[in-house]
Design a protein around this ligand. Structure first.
Ligand SMILES: NC(=O)c1ccc[n+]([C@@H]2O[C@H](COP(=O)([O-])OP(=O)(O)OC[C@H]3O[C@@H](n4cnc5c(N)ncnc54)[C@H](O)[C@@H]3O)[C@@H](O)[C@H]2O)c1
Ligand SMILES: [Zn+2]
Length: 330
């Protein structure tokens, strides 16, 4: 996309952390003051959206306005939601600056904020006009954040691409060194996988569910630790390991693939402890999850690295066994 194709008035929404590190690179995108929102998941809530509206209205932003979201998933979700609702919707360009945002949150059109009673409960579907993912922006990302995003790339490999999975295994050290060419390749392939799935199923009734691989137990782990212990991707890493164990126990997932997934995740580095958590807590949390539709859990099962299927007959017992297999208490 050419810059001059964007509607005339561009308002950057970012946060102070990202803007301090990278603001200069976006300086000539617009003459408007950047709208900086506080950094952190705890600010991903309605009042922060209100601050964006305030700034837009004070600047007399009209319908010929584009919002440019420069930041991680939090900025992208909040700014995207402001764009979806301001004047009943103005375009948003997503410029994701975390690996997670580049491979996941900036694509697919889901935008929104949290409610005190639950994550991402307020939102909309608002497809971005463009997504501009520059791997060079990731050079400043803390290692733990980088790793957290990389687990989602592992997920794409498991659900849709053995070659992507194998590339991660082969090139892990160079990827951790943020080699831009390698990053561009894995980000590109990840986006392609997500975009393909989302295109056929924007509202998550069928194929989009595959993207939830590792997320049933992952979300449960986040919830029972009050979203404080794990970065989202770390919880998903555990969730993928558990899904592999569950598949293996059913005879649906080969042992050598379970071993390969485990080896990759171990090689990627340490994960927060889970030994103090219990399988019972996980099962209970899954019962409260959004992925339960009409009382039925749609569980994404890998059948090989590169392939998944969704099943609805997973029992609490199987979930508990899988949770124990990854180190939780009985
Ligand atoms: N909309 C979707 O489809 C979707 C999908 C997945 C996740 N999400 C949402 O994404 C959010 C998580 O996003 P995230 O993991 O990017 O977290 P984040 O946006 O909180 O970013 C993590 C931290 O990294 C900092 N940061 C961002 N870019 C940086 C850079 N280039 N260098 C140094 N520091 C940088 C941020 O300021 C922040 O402190 C959650 O709210 C989640 O719900 C949305
Ligand atoms: Zn995820």
């Amino acid at each position: 996309m050419q810059r001059d194709q964007l509607p005339r008035r561009r308002f950057v929404v970012s946060n102070p952390t990202v803007w301090r590190l990278h603001g200069e690179a976006f300086g000539n995108l617009t003459r408007e003051e950047p709208i900086l929102i506080p950094d952190g998941e705890r600010f991903k809530q309605v009042p922060t959206v209100g601050r964006i509206y305030d700034a837009l209205i004070r600047a007399s932003a009209d319908r010929a306005t584009t919002i440019v979201a420069v930041g991680g998933g939090v900025v992208g979700d909040i700014a995207g939601f402001a764009a979806a609702t301001y004047l009943r919707g103005v375009p948003v360009v997503q410029v994701p600056t975390t690996l997670l945002a580049q491979v996941d949150s900036a694509i697919g059109g889901k935008v929104g904020v949290n409610h005190a009673l639950g994550k991402n409960l307020i939102g909309a579907f608002h497809q971005p006009l463009a997504v501009v993912a520059d791997p060079d922006l990731l050079a400043t990302l803390p290692r733990r954040e980088f790793r957290a995003g990389l687990y989602e790339v592992v997920k794409y490999g498991v659900i849709a691409s053995r070659p992507l999975f194998d590339r991660l295994v082969a090139d892990l050290p160079a990827i951790f060194n943020r080699d831009p060419a390698l990053l561009a390749a894995i980000i590109g392939e990840s986006c392609q996988i997500k975009a393909t799935v989302v295109e056929v199923d924007e509202r998550e009734t069928g194929p989009r569910r595959a993207l939830n691989f590792g997320h049933t137990i992952g979300h449960a782990l986040e919830a029972i630790t009050k979203y404080k212990r794990f970065r989202h991707g770390e919880a998903v890493a555990y969730g993928m390991l558990a899904a592999a164990e569950l598949g293996l126990a059913r005879g649906a997932f080969p042992e050598k693939d379970r071993d390969a997934l485990r080896a990759l995740i171990v090689k990627m580095g340490p994960l927060p402890a889970v030994a103090d958590l219990s399988a019972g807590q996980v099962v209970e949390a899954i019962g409260r999850d959004k992925k339960v539709v009409d009382g039925r859990l749609h569980y994404v099962l890998a059948t090989a690295i590169g392939q998944t299927t969704t099943v609805t007959d997973v029992t609490s017992d199987e979930l508990a066994q899988a949770a124990q297999a990854i180190g939780l208490q009985a």
